[in-house]
Design a protein around this ligand. Sequence first.
Ligand SMILES: *Cc1c(COP(=O)(O)O)cnc(C)c1O
Length: 397
Amino acid sequence: MKKEYKQLAPDYRLLLGPGPVEVSPRVLNAMSKPLYGHLDHKFLDIANETMELLRYAFQTENRMTLPMSGTGSAGMETVMVNLLEPGDSAIVCVSGVFGQRLRDMAGRCGAKVISVEAPWGEIIDPEKVREAFKNNSNIKLVAIVHAETSTGVKQPLEEISRIAKENDALLVVDAVTSLGGTDLKIDEWGIDACYSGTQKALSCPPGLSPVTFGKKAIEALNNRKTKVNSWYLDLSMIQNYWGQERTYHHTAPINMIYGLREALLMVYEEGLEERFKRHQLNSDAFVAGVEAMGLKMVVKNKEHRLPTLNAVSIPEGVEDAAVRKYLLEKYGIEIGGGLGDFKGKAWRVGLMGESSSRNNVILLLGALGDAFMAQGHRADVGAAITAALNVYQKTSR
Ligand SMILES: *Cc1c(COP(=O)(O)O)cnc(C)c1O
């Protein structure tokens, strides 16, 4: 007997977690278009436009700005394997899961790794980075996460960039959950290499990882004594496909690039400034709502909260899994659970890209209140919604 399979028909979901998030029908539609060959000049035009639109999103003039094949972690690995050689020294800032992952990758590249840490939920203190430079010599790069998705912290970068420059080190930034959702100025802030992902604030399905390399990072790549320790992620070869030469390295994921181009076009049409305002407003309204319900945000300092990823502390006695299961079953809403040290202690609410909307904020506040009541907890849903609406009323957006 032949096993029977049904045609794919996903159930309704509203993705309000740490990614993937909602994707516009425009992007899904673009991805379903017929393929070009990856060396067809018509496709190369699309590839070029994708790079142009990526430069807009990254706020950079960097020529080497392109989407790597693979999810955000592939971008992280691209930056680390291309810039680090065995015997190099690197400062890695760690205040959550993604900082830990960066540190792991730096170590795997054979680098001597110096960790600069901060408690989860707080930013890395630039003074600690300065100290690490004082106590160690010949540091090649500083790696840091701009938007720590495991804690909801937005890390200020300018001071750390200055410190890296004073010490002639490269600054490497993880912008997976910030690109397209909150301000990120590659050139103005002096970021030498940066990577992101498609399924977070760019609101595209997962599968590509935009990276950008500035002059100094390319110099470091060109001055390597050893070959890059990954064939697939070796930018010195990949740039020959994305650059003038157009030589085959690996087959470009055509339809993923269609999707990314469309998602970036939507970022461009909305405009970065407008887009950042939208993300901030919806986050402010959501935070006002959960606080009015008596819940607390993980990140105490308002200035350091990410608008894209809102980490809410799970109150004593409330069962994490039961609430998330209720949201999924009754509403089709997915929010994220805690990661690493925050497992069972925090919910991660992603309000990014298409998911960052007034409708979703009001719906989620109501649904959360319902989930609380269903578990026998008190929840003032009226106060939560009123608080959120007040934020919207004040801004007339
Ligand atoms: C999601 C994420 C990654 C990893 O991206 P994947 O697409 O899951 O590989 C890396 N860094 C941060 C900050 C992230 O949020």
